[in-house]
Ligand binder design. Structure first.
Ligand code: FE2
Length: 204
């Protein structure tokens, strides 16, 4: 079966990378299936998370690991009912209790598979808040893994600004303002500063 996919013919690291990239795209398409067609939410989060990691001066292996954590951060949404994920009206308490399961669900599956187990912790904690009022473990400050703090900033920005979201989007300026206002309470202030620097570099 693997040979049908060309995997047995992979003669170089580039070939293996191409197969891995293809599998990643298939999985993230499934994760993003409830966002209007053609969405690349997971890819955008991964790319921006890696840019922040680079801006923070992290080593290349860590940048790459955070890229993959960004790619699979919402893996747990595969196991949630679609009707909750596509709801445009305010979510009920029951809806939230479903939504809040996704970091734990994703981490539980990822940690069982060795190549992905090293991103499970970032996936588990990407909805924690710096002030300890997030979920699922109510961690605070630097107890939250850095990769998770980075993904929290990028995912919020993308949710606010993406035109392929089911919810109304705002301008980059308004979204950046929200991140700045949330620094030190919802978000890591250093990560927000690095993100703003990445965004202004991209404008040039
Ligand atoms: Fe999430």
């Amino acid at each position: 079966m693997a040979s049908d996919l060309g995997i047995s013919y992979a003669s170089s690291w580039d070939d293996v990378e191409a197969v891995l990239q293809g599998i990643s795209t298939l999985v993230t398409s499934a994760i993003d299936r409830n966002i209007p067609a053609g969405s690349t939410h997971s890819q955008r989060v991964a790319g921006l998370a890696a840019s922040i990691a680079e801006k923070l001066g992290l080593p290349s292996g860590e940048i790459r690991r955070i890229y993959f954590a960004g790619l699979f951060h919402d893996f747990g949404k595969l196991f949630l009912p679609s009707n909750v994920l596509i709801k445009t009206e305010p979510l009920s308490e029951d809806d939230w209790s479903f939504i809040e399961l996704h970091p734990q669900l994703g981490a539980t599956f990822l940690e069982r598979v060795p190549p992905f187990s090293n991103i499970a912790n970032d996936v588990l904690h990407h909805h924690e808040r710096i002030d300890g009022r997030g979920y699922p473990r109510r961690l605070s400050g630097e107890d939250i893994p850095l990769g998770a703090r980075i993904i929290a900033v990028v995912e919020s920005f993308d949710a606010m600004t993406a035109s392929d979201s089911y919810r109304a989007c705002v301008t980059h300026e308004i979204a950046c303002d929200t991140l700045i206002k949330g620094s030190g309470t919802q978000f890591d202030g250093g990560v927000v500063q690095a993100f703003l620097a990445v965004l202004s570099c991209r404008k040039q």
